[in-house]
Design a protein around this ligand. Structure first.
Ligand SMILES: *[C@@H]1O[C@H](CO)[C@@H](O)[C@H](O)[C@H]1NC(C)=O
Length: 329
């Protein structure tokens, strides 16, 4: 354990908070960042483990239970007793059949509900950022200004390259999300626009755009070559083999060597249902102490910090941040 002078310690705390705040409030281009390297939409649980898989991030578990980034953060600052008290109220709502146990189906239904609430919260935050005149709706001009820093697309038509391509894609998404066709997105339409991968009405557009981007020979299907695309040079032999087996075994359901229609969507659009199922398994592993395949209220409260945050984990996070800054100096 190293020692640090108190003033420096305080400075690091402020720095850590500033950086956290910076991350939380920078929404520009958010919509485009949420992609995996192969072009698929990032799954809800993409931050559950660190990239090397060594580190488990409990924030994801807490958000899957609370259905809100903000609530999950608030729980991190609650004394454990208060967190337990609130969790006890929450689980009575989770217990649809009132048998004082949470079974796998009840937990899964709850988590799927949470995912929907998280999308809505994220969309609300983005709307607040983009909605310059605070009328609760976003115009195309407000969106361009917030996301690309453009005053008007028409005046910047020659900005060229990557942005122009993204803006074109956005415009197509925008039109699909604008179900009443008034050119403006209200809060409900905005949710479809910000999370197209979670909204059935948007899936045909996602399919169309994926083909436009990836289907180089224009045959309406994605070959393995096209699936790999520009990533080819960056992938080692093992990664290529693993991509090939993902292509053949997971996505190419009818094994005809190419992806079409729903096969393409199964690659590009993450399944919240599967993610919720995995999360149920994960939470059961950590809390079903007597292995009777159902969670008693006591088991959940006993493992409260698996389900929601507590002061203890928050304190740990601060230490972790400080270590990081120390490493970088
Ligand atoms: C469970 O209890 C709640 C609250 O008392 C009630 O509204 C609900 O109908 C009950 N559900 C079942 C399946 O009995």
């Amino acid at each position: 354990m190293y020692t640090m002078c108190p003033v420096l310690f305080f400075f690091f705390l402020i720095l850590a908070n500033k950086i956290n705040a910076g991350v939380m409030h920078s929404h520009s281009n958010d919509i485009h960042k949420e992609r995996e390297s192969d072009g698929a939409y990032s799954p809800r649980d993409h931050a559950h483990y660190s990239e090397d898989g060594d580190e488990h991030h409990s924030e994801f578990d807490h958000e899957a239970i609370l259905g809100s980034h903000k609530d999950a953060e608030e729980y991190d600052h609650l004394p454990p007793e208060e967190a337990k008290r609130r969790l006890a109220i929450l689980i009575t709502k989770m217990d649809y059949n009132n048998d004082s146990h949470i079974d796998r189906n009840e937990l899964k239904a709850w988590i799927i509900r949470s995912f929907k609430m998280l999308s809505e919260e994220e969309a609300r935050d983005r709307l607040e950022d983009a909605d310059e005149n605070h009328d609760g709706k976003v115009t195309w001009e407000e969106y361009l200004s917030d996301t690309y820093g453009l005053d008007s697309y028409e005046n910047n038509i020659d900005l060229g390259g990557e942005n122009e391509h993204l803006i074109e894609e956005d415009k197509t998404m925008w039109k699909a999300a604008d179900t009443n066709g008034d050119g403006v997105l209200d809060s409900q339409e905005w949710i479809s626009f910000s999370h197209p991968e979670e909204h059935p009405i948007m899936l045909p557009i996602i399919l169309e755009q994926t083909l436009k981007d990836k289907d180089k020979d224009g045959d309406g299907a994605i070959s393995f070559q096209e699936y790999i695309g520009n990533r080819g040079g960056d992938l080692g032999k093992d990664e290529l083999i693993s991509e090939k087996s993902k292509f053949d075994d997971t996505f190419d359901k009818n094994h005809d060597g190419k992806l079409e229609g729903n096969e393409i969507l199964s690659w590009v659009v993450p399944s919240n249902d599967e993610i919720a199922q995995e999360e149920v398994d994960h939470l059961f592993v950590h809390s079903d102490d007597n292995h009777d395949d159902t969670l008693s209220f006591e088991e959940i409260i006993e493992h409260h910090d698996t389900f929601v945050g507590s002061e203890v984990t928050d304190y740990g996070d601060h230490l972790h941040n400080i270590h990081h800054f120390e490493d970088e100096l």
